[in-house]
Write a protein that binds this ligand. Structure first.
Ligand code: GLC
Length: 473
């Protein structure tokens, strides 16, 4: 009996050891798999909660507005054309957007289905669009004289649109910001660069940024997104996260606005933490972007025409169709779209932008259900040809954006038993579907036994991109 008891105990001990080992290795695996953005004090749960509105809303409006609306040939004009401060100051001395009416902007944004707005409080030229007490280089010192930012924030908030601030890390006006390869005064000769930078002190500039960010994050109510722009550490004469005290900035922002969502352009992406989402710019990722094999939150920022600031002579405008496809495609890969408008120096959206926003508004009026609350479809739902799929996990509905309207039948591979009901989203009109293939003297449908065939009207619904809504089993 004793011997038996000992064997029994040994087996039990072994079990305990094995289970403990398994448990520990699972935990280790989990820790290794934590994406960089979630290490440090920010637990994944916190982050998911903090970001839930953002991953639901999906669609934001970027607004690039500043002095560069006057030259109207790119927001980098000061650097591209190597303008002196004096030369660039002509714009400040004349800036007077007499038609500025933020209510009008907010109304257009709201109609287009935009749920949050991100505004350039200060761009690389260093010019501030609010009445900052830390600089004279600001909107209240132009012929316009008034603050731009507060009325803008109020107007958008009144429409129920959340507020985000863009703040440039670069500053081509601040006397302590060291001249680097992006700076308008970058000399050809590296020796001269040392000379030019000898009295510039980045520590002062870091303090200036923190002071300004404190203003922005305390005087304008709740700020939901912070878009810091940007770090260029690679190569010569760039700047890295230490130049900004990126960690200090993140700490400050989180202290002042605990719910804020921060982008990844402070340069902390490789080995650090702190950011909430990545920012692919002006391109469409092929699939949901990953870091260490884990899908990360992402927001792609896109322009209507190429430049961010108002660019009069740019003719590469995307069509309404392209923009809708871009929105649906972004959501189909689990991302957000931040679509940019660059208002003119009179303070209005240019007519080409208005036309695009109206087009989006018309489409969103009938189709926002395939965008809000949606994400990538589970892999068990195959995507038919020429279509984009999005999926709402709470309502269990699948949305098929049909880019090219097929003739009479839409084939869904391996969907048998998965669909309860099908309808067109624009008018909630029923679409019949079947599994049995039809055979007639002049037709044979070659579909698999588990496929579904949706019967479509021959005429494509009169909307830019028709969407089929599937209520899933
Ligand atoms: C880039 C550009 C800048 C623009 C930004 C938008 O960083 O330098 O002009 O504001 O992208 O994401």
């Amino acid at each position: 009996f004793n011997e038996q008891n000992i064997t029994y105990k040994t087996i039990n001990m072994k079990r305990v050891i094995i289970y403990t080992f398994l448990f520990l290795s699972l935990i280790c695996q989990k820790m290794n798999a934590t994406p960089p953005s979630q290490k440090q004090s920010d637990s994944p749960i916190n982050k998911t909660e903090r970001m839930s509105w953002w991953t639901h809303d999906r669609f934001g409006l970027f607004i690039h507005w500043g002095l560069y609306a006057m030259p109207a040939r790119h927001e980098w004009v000061k650097s591209r054309e190597k303008m002196s401060d004096e030369h660039y100051n002509r714009y400040k001395d004349l800036f007077n957007p007499d038609l500025y009416n933020p209510e009008e902007w907010a109304h257009m944004a709201k109609s287009a289905g935009v749920k949050y707005m991100v505004f350039t409080t200060k761009h690389h030229d260093g010019f501030c669009m609010w009445d900052s007490k830390y600089t004279d280089y600001k909107i209240t010192n132009t012929p316009y004289k008034k603050d731009i930012l507060k009325p803008l924030v109020n107007a958008f908030r009144n429409e129920g649109i959340r507020i985000g601030f863009y703040y440039s890390l670069l500053d081509w006006h601040h006397p302590d910001f060291t001249i680097d390869r992006n700076h308008p005064q970058m000399p050809q000769n590296p020796e001269l660069l040392k000379e030019l930078n000898k009295n510039r002190n980045m520590a002062n500039y870091r303090e200036y940024m923190k002071n300004q960010l404190t203003e922005l994050l305390t005087e304008f109510g709740q700020i939901d997104e912070l878009f810091m722009d940007y770090t260029y550490a690679e190569g010569e004469n760039g700047k890295n996260s230490k130049d900004w005290d990126a960690e200090g900035i993140i700490k400050l922002a989180r202290k002042l606005q605990p719910q804020i969502i921060i982008n990844n352009r402070l340069g902390l992406s490789e080995n650090n933490q702190g950011w909430d989402y990545i920012t692919p710019e002006q391109f469409m990722p092929q699939q949901w972007p990953t870091i260490n094999n884990l899908r990360v939150p992402w927001e792609t920022c896109q322009t209507f025409s190429g430049s961010w600031g108002y660019n009069r002579d740019e003719y590469s405008w995307k069509s309404v169709h392209q923009l809708i496809v871009m929105l649906a495609e972004t959501v189909s890969k689990g991302g957000n779209l931040l679509l940019n408008v660059g208002p003119t120096a009179r303070g209005v959206f240019d007519e080409r932008a208005i036309e695009r926003l109206n087009g989006l508004a018309h489409w969103m009026r009938f189709h926002s259900n395939s965008i809000y609350g949606c994400t990538a479809a589970p892999s068990e739902y195959s995507c038919p040809n020429n279509c984009i799929l999005t999926y709402n996990p709470s309502t269990k509905r699948l949305y098929i954006h049909v880019l090219e309207w097929p003739f009479k039948s839409l084939y869904l591979k391996q969907y048998k038993g998965k669909i309860k009901y099908a309808q067109l989203l624009n008018d909630n009109s029923e679409l019949k579907f079947r599994t049995e293939t039809q055979k007639g003297s002049h037709m044979t449908e070659n579909t698999g036994a588990d496929d579904i065939i949706i019967t479509l009207p021959v005429e494509r619904p009169n909307v830019e991109v028709p969407v089929i809504e599937l209520v899933l089993e």
